[in-house]
Design a binder for this molecule. Sequence first.
Ligand code: ADP
Length: 485
Amino acid sequence: MRSSWPLRHRLLAVLLGVCAAGLTVFAVSGVWLLERSLLSRVDTQLTEFAATVSRRPLSPPPPSGRGALELPTQFRVAFYSSSGSLKGEVPTASPGAPVIPARLVSAPPVAPVTVPGRDGSGEWRALIVETGSGGNRMVVSMSLESNAATVHQMLVIELIAGGLVLVLLAVVALAVVRLGLRPLTRMERTAVAIADGDIDRRVGDTDPRTETGRLGGALNIMLERLAHALRERENSERRLRHFVADASHELRTPLTSIRGFAELYHHGQNRGDPVAERLLRRIQGEAERMGVLVEDMLLLARMDQEPAVEATTVDLHVLAGDVVHAAKARDRERPIRLVVSDEPVFVLGDEHRLHQVIANLVGNALKHTASGTEIRVQVGRRMVAGVPAPGVMHSGRGSASHARAALIEVSDEGQGIDPEHLPQVFDRFYRADAGRSRDSGGTGLGLAIAAALVQAHHGRIEVTSTPGRGTTFRVLLPLHQPQDD
Ligand code: ADP
């Protein structure tokens, strides 16, 4: 039941409980001390008065009452025999007197004692002294009524003051607790707003000096990460939808062609006809293009699902040499220059996939530049900011840490890519010059595949291009130092 109390009520109850207990202890000890001090004052007065009286010995007053001692009003003086019977009293103007038990008179205690009053006149303090003559006793007493009244007054004052203090404390504490818990209320509102779909809403109190501020800061970091993950998922879903739509579109063209050519061949009269032979070659060509497209799409889909790649030591000098060799064999007219650094360049990765990255870039340079345009493939090492920093870049990205990275650069002096197309060249099925690219057998997936593979190797790919002057693709990968070096 208690745990269902709101925090502010619990805090308040604990605070008030502790304060009430403290005030009670304070009040009780105050009253006790006051009572003790008043009593000791009475005892002192009684002792002093008894001493004064003893210096001027008194005997019981004559029955006539003449020659009676003048007493201060608060004192009573009575005389008893040693057996405890009252022999006489010094008369006073004020009423009331103590009842002295006979046992106290016969064996008088050394210190004053508290005794009851006659006719219910409250308590009295009495000092019993032997008068010396014939074992008589003189009892000097004083009413404790004014003491009781003072203590009572003190109790009332303490009760009223304590109550006021508690009420004041409750009001102040409630205000302070409410103020202190206000950030939590605001966080609650933020959480409700986020749950309602406003995922960009953040907690406002992030002062690191306060507990709620620190909690707010931590919550904001968590929310930021969640929102980022959510956006990533949305982006990936959007990319997937586009990919599927583009893929169907891309596959439709060669399929339509294949169907058309097949039908033409089917209706053709002469099987050995050169026209029919040409159609068959076209069918083969389209089927091959479709095969390449399907292979590329499958690779991308696999990379989306499982971006991890095999990790073996790969010598980039050898790999780039292989690609350049193959490219030269493909286009014998083309000047292709391989520039490698003096020191070897190794990376950890999948040789086949890395070969594909360089081959795609060199293939693009061959496809998208006029024949005779020089292509340059460079392999080396470079100091870069923040590798590994997977991704795709179109310009410099700042980072505090610097590291030596493996560099593969493929540049050409072709017509370049327009700045408006540059940010999208790594997108799937994006072609800066759609018509020409499709004619040249491009699927529009080459750079998307290269980017995905580089990313899977914890590297990044950059492009810079100046229209009319050429394009440079730069791949940066974490450098690897083989053990046996
Ligand atoms: P494609 O199969 O069309 O080559 P890519 O994804 O490999 O698809 O390239 C995307 C587009 O980027 C190409 O269609 C082309 O317009 C442009 N591109 C790529 N490399 C170069 C280059 N070296 N020079 C000029 N344009 C290029």
